[in-house]
Write a protein of this length. Structure first.
Length: 303
């Protein structure tokens, strides 16, 4: 696997967003300002609550196949390589890691088999689209921590995906979960969400390295980022943390992450989180407390 110099673009985009000229310009600026070579395109859909077995991937607000294909084609015209990443959110605000069902089926209760049937329909649709558009990589899931233990279902689903998509397949596990998955051999690339506290990178990389050595698979951080607010460098995964804006906190976190990962040849890249489809005005960058990069000193660090 080549080094991934990637960034997630347009998370939470709705129908029509990717056909807007502003989003096309945003994608071009992402490449120009940060030296990005890979774009990670998340297809974001929802289920009603953590125990819902219906994933509303054909809802009216979901980006259409046409606009996904158009944006992929535009990205490729810029020379970008494309990683397609279907993602499930929970409509009531619960984090997707908490999607969960009984380990053993009980009559009249929602079941893992029902959820995987719906998720498989969703995933296989976009696997076919990824193959048609010759995407360089396909992400079969993201941070579905409670679902991670369902090894048989994941193996079956990945086998189905391989019937439709011939490129590289990865699963984006959540932070701290790299050494808990039992089915890494089923994918081509190991990836995870790199949201580790500023001072713990060496310790966490030691732990992940054991997994990479054991599995003999390429590895990259499919997500990695930190908000630009006071204190976020110590808990970068907490997007709800309140605090004053601090571009320095964000920059110091990234410098620490890159310094630690530079020592590990097996870390083969990053999918930086994240770049918005619709950018704020450049003069507002110094007031933004989110993960966004546009107009912040972080752009130069990443490039």
């Amino acid at each position: 696997m080549e080094t991934i110099k990637g960034m997630t673009f347009g998370f939470m985009s709705k129908r029509g967003d990717w056909q807007n000229t502003r989003s096309r310009e945003s994608l071009r600026l992402m490449q120009e300002r940060c030296g990005v070579e890979h774009v990670i395109l998340p297809i974001t859909v929802t289920q009603a609550h953590p125990q819902s077995v219906k994933i509303d991937w054909q809802a009216d607000e979901v980006v259409t196949d046409e606009e996904v294909k158009e944006l992929i084609a535009y990205a490729k015209s810029l020379g970008l390589k494309v990683i397609l990443k279907p993602m499930v959110n929970v409509a009531d605000g619960t984090w997707r890691a908490h999607i969960n069902f009984f380990d053993h089926d009980v009559p009249c209760e929602p079941k893992w088999s029902e959820w995987f049937a719906s998720y498989g329909e969703y995933l296989n649709h976009y696997a076919q689209l990824a193959e048609e558009m010759k995407c360089e990589m396909f992400v079969v899931g993201c941070e579905l921590v409670n679902a991670d233990r369902r090894e048989a279902e994941w193996r079956s689903l990945i086998a189905e995906v391989r019937q439709r998509y011939q490129g590289l397949i990865t699963y984006n596990c959540d932070k701290y979960q790299e050494d808990h998955l039992t089915w890494w051999d089923a994918v081509d690339v190991i990836s995870s969400s790199g949201y580790y506290p500023l001072a713990s990178w060496e310790e966490e990389l030691d732990r992940i390295e054991e997994v990479v050595k054991r599995e003999q698979k390429p590895f990259f951080f499919c997500e990695s980022g930190c908000p630009s607010r006071v204190g976020s460098e110590y808990l970068p995964n907490d997007w709800t943390l309140l605090g004053q804006v601090s571009l320095d906190a964000q920059s110091r976190w990234f410098q620490a992450m890159f310094a630690a990962c530079d020592k590990r040849a097996w870390v083969q890249g990053f999918g930086i989180w994240d770049w918005k489809a619709f950018l704020y005005d450049l003069d507002q960058a110094s007031q933004d407390t989110d993960y966004a990069l546009y107009g912040k000193r972080l752009e130069a660090i990443i490039q």
